[in-house]
Design a protein around this ligand. Structure first.
Ligand code: PLP
Length: 396
């Protein structure tokens, strides 16, 4: 039996990037790609942003890592800035999105335990959700492709159709801790929740003493033109997972919570060797500095509108292929009438345009938040050029 040294769990394509410059990736063979994927919604500042480079280099030369057994001036400072900018009163730093969701799940369970209701341990989650690849987070989705072969999974999750308030409420019983939901499903097919759905979940939480846990790992951190996507909906969570854009490419995540929701998270209940180390905090602060610059989020909104309009204008010219555009800000999905994975490969190999496929035959456009009009124009030109010559195969 032979196996590649790099465990072959990804269907890796032929592009082998070795350098990044702003919104472009340069491959080993010198090919230059327009990067509308941004490491799957991670490189919020694009590639090689000077402020992020400078902050990481400076911190690496000063103090890279210490244990969480010591005081953390770096963590306290960054956490305070996140608290000041959000609904949250407290933050736990992680190294990834899945860990941020794990912390959110634990925080929700501990809340009810601290309130004398350990039996309220179930989170209601949603069809096509994606919360990560740990055992806990694959238990929080009912997608067979992520779960098969990994049973037994973690009990304590129930699944309702996404955006179906009545179905979600019908699952509430004496064991329910709350709801875990992405305001805009990313991997599941770029599906935004409706306002009535999220507001309805919030109301049910308030009425029944449940917790609203949002997974904003993909849709948060400026991507929708607001700091977090829930702001678009006028809905406030009790607990929220953030990651991806928060580190701009440095592995960083965060679980944010209100003081009330985090009441069970006392000494010894959770931890991480690396979580929130000085190097990660420096990266996080540098990204936040840029995102909080006046006009930055307005730029995201403006570029999102421009990209959306351009895509909507393009669709009727290729209506054998494209169906609709959905999403918010710079988290947009182009729904195809045919297989999206194959078209994404065609865009990449024939037109040097990097996108990501998502469920429901959607081409995801989650570019660096620093894109400008020239990148929008180039992206839509490449999409149109590809659509003109693309031949879907019959059984797509
Ligand atoms: N939650 C959502 C909504 C995601 O999109 C992802 C990753 O794509 C995760 C959680 C898991 O994040 P990570 O891969 O950093 O563990």
């Amino acid at each position: 039996m032979t196996i590649a040294p790099l465990m072959p769990v990804y269907p890796r394509c032929g592009v082998r990037p070795v350098r990044g410059e702003g919104c472009y990736l340069i491959a080993e063979d010198g090919t230059r790609y327009l990067d509308m994927a941004a490491g799957i919604a991670v490189n919020a500042l694009g590639h090689s942003h000077p402020k992020l480079i400078e902050a990481i280099q400076r911190q690496a030369a000063t103090l890279m890592h210490v244990s969480n057994l010591y005081g953390s001036p770096q963590g306290e400072h960054f956490a305070q800035r996140l608290v000041d900018a959000t609904f949250a009163d407290t933050v736990f730093f992680t190294n990834s999105g899945a860990e941020a969701v794990e912390c959110a799940i634990k925080t929700a369970r501990r809340y009810h335990y601290a309130n004398g209701h350990p039996e309220r341990h179930d989170l209601i989650t949603f069809n096509n959700a994606f919360h990560g690849r740990t055992l806990g987070t694959i238990s929080a989705t009912n997608q067979a492709k992520m779960r098969d072969g990994f049973e037994p999974l973690l009990p304590g999750f129930k699944y309702a159709p996404f955006d179906d308030l009545a179905a979600a409420l019908a699952l509430v019983d004496e064991h329910t801790a709350g709801f875990l939901v992405e305001p805009i499903q990313g991997e599941g097919g770029l599906r935004p929740a409706s306002e009535a759905f999220l507001k309805g979940l919030r109301q049910a939480c308030d009425e029944h003493g449940l917790l609203l846990v949002l997974d904003e790992v993909q849709c948060g951190y400026g991507r929708t033109g607001t700091f977090f996507a829930h702001e678009l909906y006028g809905v406030t969570p009790d607990i929220m997972a953030s990651a991806k854009g928060i580190g701009g490419g440095f592995p960083l995540g965060a679980c944010l919570a209100t003081a009330e929701a985090a009441k069970g998270m006392v000494f010894g209940t959770h931890g991480s060797t690396y979580g929130g180390n000085p190097l990660a905090m420096a990266a996080g602060e540098a990204v936040l500095d840029v995102i909080q610059e006046p006009g930055f989020l307005d730029h995201v909104t403006a570029m999102g509108q421009r990209l959306r309009q351009a895509l909507e204008q393009m669709i009727p010219n290729h209506d054998h292929l494209f169906e609709e555009v959905r999403g918010h800000g710079l988290m947009l999905g182009l729904k195809l009438k045919t297989d999206a994975r194959r078209f994404v490969g065609f865009l990449r190999d024939e037109h040097q345009l990097l996108t990501v496929s998502a469920g429901d035959n959607v081409v995801r456009l989650v570019p660096p938040l620093v894109i400008d009009e020239s990148h929008v124009a180039e992206c839509v030109e490449k999409l149109s050029a590809a659509a003109r010559v693309y031949v879907p195969v019959a059984d797509d």
